[in-house]
Write a protein that binds this ligand. Structure first.
Ligand code: 13P
Ligand code: SF4
Length: 303
């Protein structure tokens, strides 16, 4: 029996579903029950009625959110060390320091944070709804972390004062994209449309026809009349883009834009994860309760 067949069999036996992020390896996306961006995957995890186990093929903070939102289900992460480096950049102490400086400013945290940090914020957001979330708040100044580029994007879109916490938070993969590379690609593909993730720098965002979350980019690609699209996000998304748009051409704005953490998950690890039911992701109760409030508030605003 092939590895894929064994995974499918185990999935049935254990009443499990596989949720995979748009950056996962192609072979994982192909066997997943659902592929999406971070908010879609959280929603799917919440809506799932039948499965007892959710295999979250992504990184730590996404599996943690799924565990917080589904305390009655077993949430498994195929690789224990699959840590998003950006999510580690904001500590609770740092949040407390900024809250002391701006006691009246609400704290908005990108879901790319650890549950301990989420427990200290007022509301969460993802790249798909960050503008909507900040615009909905009854305050002209907000503390926003940990991604500085997303904070600046939200500030430009809402006109509010969005203070990045920490001042320097970033995604190492999205920092690889450079406007100079887009300029060269535009010469090679003059008709191409450019779409980028808001984790890219402002300079990079300025080159784009569209800025959005990974799934918003997938929708844009489908609806766009452009035959060629230059893509400013992690390379895993190309698999889905090509599958959904077989007649269109997709060019990565930087060939080596790979998130090493997302790529830690493999079919072999998925198989072991299901077979041995590891690694179970749990969040201690008081933290989960507080973090859930911030996630629920986000879902109230962004359905
Ligand atoms: P999306 O929510 O757009 O999928 O982004 C998650 C992420 O980690 C981007 O680097
Ligand atoms: Fe984290 Fe960046 Fe990887 Fe997304 S692409 S999971 S933000 S390191």
């Amino acid at each position: 029996m092939s590895l894929v067949d064994r995974i499918v069999k185990l999935k049935k036996e254990k009443s499990a579903i596989i949720l995979a992020h748009n950056y996962q390896r192609s072979e994982i996306q192909d066997i997943a029950d659902y592929v999406g961006d971070s908010i879609e995957l959280s929603r799917k995890a919440m809506e799932e009625k039948k499965a007892k186990t959710i295999v979250f093929s992504a990184v730590d903070f996404m599996a943690e959110s799924a565990a917080i939102l589904n305390p009655e289900k077993k949430v498994l992460l195929p690789t224990l060390g699959a840590r998003c480096p950006m999510a580690q950049m904001l500590t609770v102490d740092e949040i407390k320091r900024w809250k002391t400086r701006y006691p009246l400013a609400p704290v908005v945290l990108y879901v790319n944070t650890l549950a301990t940090a989420k427990a200290f914020c007022d509301i969460c957001c993802t790249s798909a709804n960050a503008v909507e979330v900040v615009a909905s708040l009854d305050s002209d100044t907000v503390l926003f972390g940990p991604d500085r580029n997303l904070a600046e994007y939200v500030q430009r879109k809402t006109g509010k004062t969005v203070i990045p916490i920490p001042e320097w938070g970033f995604c190492p993969t999205h920092l690889l994209f450079q406007p100079e590379d887009v300029k060269i690609l535009k010469v090679q593909h003059p008709e191409a449309s450019v779409m980028v993730h808001p984790e890219c720098t402002f300079e990079m965002q300025k080159t784009a026809d569209f800025v959005g979350s990974t799934s918003q980019m997938c929708r844009y690609a489908k609806e766009s009349s452009a035959k060629t699209l230059i893509v400013g996000t992690e390379e895993g998304i190309l698999h889905r883009l090509k599958k959904e748009n077989p007649t269109k051409k997709f060019v990565l704005a930087y060939e080596e834009a790979v998130c090493p953490t997302m790529k830690l998950n493999t079919l072999e690890r998925l198989y072991t994860c299901l077979k041995e039911e590891k690694y179970v992701i749990t969040v201690p109760q008081p933290i989960a309760r507080q973090a859930r409030k911030a996630l629920d508030r986000m879902f109230e605003i962004s359905r």
